[in-house]
Design a protein around this ligand. Structure first.
Ligand code: EPZ
Length: 423
């Protein structure tokens, strides 16, 4: 398992390119199961999660070719010769559950392993299943698998009322509804940019969808979908992550491809800490405009609120802020595992249930720390960028799931960072 060594090295200056969104790509890829025509995704990120989804789709009989060093995914599924998504793949990546809706919609039957929990929470999929049942699916849960059938071979349009916002359940229902017979209405739907991106891609394929980006999405089912070519939307979580680098270290960095409307709530909070953000023709320019960052409270919420996927990274910024910041995590039940690791670096953090109170210190000290999940891993790297001395982050395989070329991107703006192979 590799580690990353990072040493505090002063202000950062330069430009960082932002890749396509992991969480958009992971829901766009299963859309290929809905049509026999080719679906090509451009601006795809080069990540281990994308490779896992590729293997899963191939195991179902879809063809997936990665071109241009992985930035282009050329996919097609003339016929599925397997309708089972096995536990060994699904347990590695929860987004695998997103093949359930499309398979069921296309061929009227599917068997998908329940994903199981992960480090940040139990992460059930009950809302996914209820949504499909509202479209007529008959589900039988046994041996850890969902055995799904559509009576008569086709889902029926229906009304799906989500009791609370779920990104994945909205995506599964949206994918399935495109081929259902009749109209489907998704109420209290997720509004994330990744949902809009999926809907735009499905519309290019011939789906009839209205309301994406609002809390009510209406889908008129069609009999078949065509192929399409679609660019994956910019990754707002990678964007927000790298915006925090000059905030934590000082300096000025341009995030190429970044647009403010992808993460308005995050930008507002970051500006309140004393960081200047300006839109350029090629992206977002971020500059720390104060000697010491100010503490700012944050509550994580579904889009357009502050993203839970940037909570760990923002906590790293708050560790050396002036004052006390309260971070409330309302989406996942166990998403503060980066806190004990930051405390090893000298941070002062009190965690009680879903709330973390961070009392800023003048400077963190480098230390050996361990990544526990994807976003926690990059939070520790951000902390290490400004810490005194060297920080060694172990188990960086977590990082590879969601960030491509971290060492290259941060080195390019002056960070002292390297990846070391460990036995
Ligand atoms: C997506 O996960 C993202 N993953 C997550 O990003 C992100 O944190 C999350 O949305 C929230 O924005 C992908 O898009 C691949 P949810 P998802 O359904 O869809 C509960 C990252 O770091 N819930 O919106 O699984 C759930 O446990 C990852 O890139 C149910 O109870 O999130 C959570 O507490 C981490 N039953 C809350 O709802 C369900 O059926 C929100 O989950 C579904 C969800």
């Amino acid at each position: 398992m590799d580690s990353i060594l990072v040493t505090g090295n002063g202000p950062l200056n330069g430009a960082i390119p932002i890749a396509g969104a992991k969480n958009a790509c992971l829901t766009l890829m299963p859309a290929t199961l809905l049509s026999e025509e080719p679906l090509t995704l451009t601006n795809a990120p080069r990540l281990s999660d994308i490779r896992t989804m590729t293997s899963l789709l191939q195991s179902l009989g879809a063809e997936v070719s990665t071109l241009q060093d992985g930035k282009v995914l050329a996919m097609s599924s003339h016929a599925l010769d397997n309708h089972t998504a096995h536990y060994d793949i699904v347990r590695k990546m929860r987004a695998s559950i997103l093949v359930l809706g499309p398979m069921l919609a296309r061929d009227g039957h599917a068997v998908v392993s329940l994903p199981g929990g992960c480090a940040i929470g139990a992460r059930p999929v009950d809302l996914h299943l209820k949504a499909l049942e509202a479209m007529g699916a008959e589900l039988d849960l046994r041996d850890g698998y969902v055995h799904a059938k559509a009576p008569g071979g086709r889902l029926q349009g229906g009304v799906v009322e989500f009791p609370f916002v779920s990104v994945g359940a909205t995506e599964n229902a949206l994918l399935a509804a495109t081929l259902a017979k009749g109209t489907t209405v998704l109420k209290n739907a997720a509004r994330e940019p990744e949902i809009i991106d999926l809907a735009e891609c499905l519309r290019k394929m011939g789906a009839q969808i209205e309301g994406q980006g609002t809390d009510t999405i209406t889908i008129q089912g069609v009999d078949r979908l065509n192929g399409a070519t679609h660019p994956v939307v910019t990754d707002r979580i990678e964007l927000g992550t790298y915006m925090l680098a000059p905030a934590i270290c000082g300096g000025e960095v341009e995030l190429l491809g970044g647009r403010r409307n992808l993460l308005e709530a995050f930008c507002t909070k970051l500006e309140a800490t004393g960081v200047e953000i300006s839109e350029t023709d090629t992206g977002l320019r971020v500059r720390r405009a104060v000697d010491r960052i100010r503490a700012v409270d944050v509550v994580t919420e579904p889009f357009p609120g502050f993203p839970t996927d940037l909570q760990a990274q923002f906590m790293a910024l708050m560790c050396t802020a002036e004052g006390v910041a309260t971070l409330e995590e309302r989406i996942f039940e166990n998403r503060f595992m980066h806190a004990p690791e930051l405390i090893r670096m000298g941070a002062q953090i009190d965690v009680h249930g879903g709330t973390a109170k961070v009392t800023g210190v003048a400077r963190l000290k480098g230390a050996p720390v361990m990544a526990t999940d994807l976003r926690a891993s990059v939070s520790l790297i951000l902390a290490g960028l400004a810490a005194e001395g060297e920080t060694k982050v172990s188990r960086v395989y977590h990082l590879d799931r969601g960030y491509e070329h971290v060492v290259r991107k941060l080195s390019a703006v002056g960070a002292k960072i390297e990846r070391i192979k460990e036995s």
